[in-house]
Design a protein around this ligand. Structure first.
Ligand code: B12
Length: 411
């Protein structure tokens, strides 16, 4: 059994999840269905099979992809097998009488293509009698708004797995907020972490098997206040122009103050505010990384400004994908980025820096780019922190590029 298999799930479901993962690796729908059939015979709840067997097995598939042991095509095949299995499970979920008045729309945020979890949520809710409209992947905020105007759902469930799609998800919430009677909202998916739902007036669900109770709860007592508080709405980086489309109204007019229009990341000002916020909250330690693209001026000089812009956008994307959704990423100058990792240690910061460097070497190839990274803990004040991390970055650059230097407290 590989390390991946052992980590695919823990506790009582390990065996089923591991066997399901084996079936997915073998590309065998028959074997996958056999695992599920056996679990059903053992009276395991079908909704629990979704989240305790299929979901951890798919996490294992993701780890294998990350290790380079399987391809994206293999991921697609695994997903397709899961869909076949979901179809087999669906009749077992149909347990309740229809409750047509309680309509639910489900959609993935703009740009988001991970939708197996959303499909599970759709099946569980439909089985419980809800009238479910499943819109699937990559739904722009305005399109969602127009579907909500047309179908008047009581609840909207949104998903985002990739951190880069979280702004799209929040834009969708901002659009929903413009309705006279906005629906209640549920969020799910790997990028929707606790850091996000604390800032939003919404309910986040970690696994689809809790979704019926959650929908019932929000229907009975919708969270008070606006879905997206004004201060958060003002800070959300808008989508790149091609995707933002008609998201022209409301808080967007105030957004440039906090976002970097080239990459869609936070900007220097947002970085300063966030650092002050961390310093104000005594309980929260954090590590700061400053990243500088090695030889960025030479890229502009040699290949032109548009190649430089492309490089920055690609570096931004690689960074966002290499950190946790709750981490904070800003572009703070020409080829400079700043990241804050709440709750992390210096050594964890160094590990993240290494992951980012690897991602950039792998992904940013035209022209090839590398970055140097300075790492320091958040110290007693903003200037002290900036000085420390600036020293670290300077030392990393001195080593000739592609370096990482950690400044420990007391240096
Ligand atoms: C299959 C897969 C794909 C497929 C998706 C196919 C599809 N139609 O869904 C494809 C090949 C398209 C894909 C593409 C990419 N992927 Co991918 N993918 C995966 C994989 C292996 C499985 C995802 C999955 O189905 N999980 C199972 C479901 C059931 O779990 P779930 O989504 O978390 O849903 C559960 C809960 O979260 C909750 N829930 C989810 N949504 C909702 C919504 C509501 C309303 C509620 C209440 C609850 C809820 O209920 C579900 C059941 O409990 C993951 C691995 C992983 N750890 O997730 C990587 C993974 C998510 N992908 C990853 C990456 C990097 C990518 C790509 C950027 C790169 C690439 N491979 O090309 C692109 C980005 C595409 C995009 N723009 O969205 C990374 C993300 C890393 C990160 N930090 O962001 C992962 C983690 C792989 C890895 N280990 O590195 N991917």
């Amino acid at each position: 059994m590989s390390g991946v298999q052992r980590r695919a799930s823990d506790g009582e479901w390990t065996t089923e999840a591991d066997r399901f993962l084996d079936a997915l690796r073998a590309g065998s729908a028959t074997a996958a269905e056999a695992v599920v059939a056996q679990a059903l015979r053992a009276d395991i709840d079908p909704a629990a099979i979704h989240s305790r067997v299929i979901e951890p097995a798919m996490n294992g598939i993701g780890e294998l992809w990350q290790l380079g042991e399987i391809t994206v095509a293999d991921e697609h095949l695994a997903t397709a097998i899961c869909h076949e299995v979901l179809a087999r499970l669906f009749p077992r979920l149909m347990q309740a009488q229809p409750r047509a008045a309680e309509r639910v729309i489900l959609a993935a945020a703009e740009g988001e293509h991970h939708v197996l979890g959303l499909r599970m949520v759709a099946d569980v809710l439909e089985g419980a009698g809800f009238d479910v409209l499943y819109l699937g992947a990559d739904v722009a905020g305005d399109e969602l708004l127009s579907e909500c105007g047309r179908f008047r759902p009581a609840v909207v469930g949104l998903t985002a797995t990739i951190a880069l799609n979280v702004p799209g998800l929040i834009w969708a919430l901002i659009r929903l907020q413009t309705m006279v009677r906005p629906p209640a909202v549920l969020l799910g998916g790997g990028a929707v972490g606790p850091a996000l739902d604390r800032g939003l007036g919404v309910t986040r669900i970690a696994h689809s098997d809790g979704v019926v109770a959650a929908v019932e709860r929000v229907l009975q007592a919708p969270p008070p206040g606006p879905i997206v508080p004004d201060d958060l709405a003002r800070r959300i980086p808008p989508l790149p122009a091609s995707r933002a489309g008609a998201a022209e109204a409301g808080p967007q007019t105030e957004l440039p103050a906090y976002h970097d229009s080239l990459t869609g990341l936070w900007n220097q000002r947002a970085y300063g505010d966030r650092l002050s916020g961390i310093l104000a909250g005594q309980a929260h330690s954090a590590v700061v990384l400053w990243i500088d693209v090695d030889g960025f001026k030479a890229v502009n000089d040699r290949y032109g400004d548009s190649a430089g812009d492309r490089t920055l956008a690609a570096v931004a994307r690689s960074i966002v994908l290499a950190v946790r959704p709750s981490d904070f990423v800003a572009r703070v100058g020409g080829g400079q980025f700043a990241i804050m990792l709440p709750g992390a240690t210096g050594d964890e910061g160094v590990a993240v820096a290494g992951r980012i460097q690897q991602a950039i070497r792998d992904e940013v190839t035209d022209p090839p780019s590398m970055v140097s990274v300075g790492v320091a803990p958040v110290l007693g004040s903003s200037p002290a922190t900036s000085l420390a991390v600036d020293h670290a970055l300077h030392d990393a650059k001195e080593s000739g590029g592609n370096g990482v230097v950690l400044i420990k407290p007391g240096r």
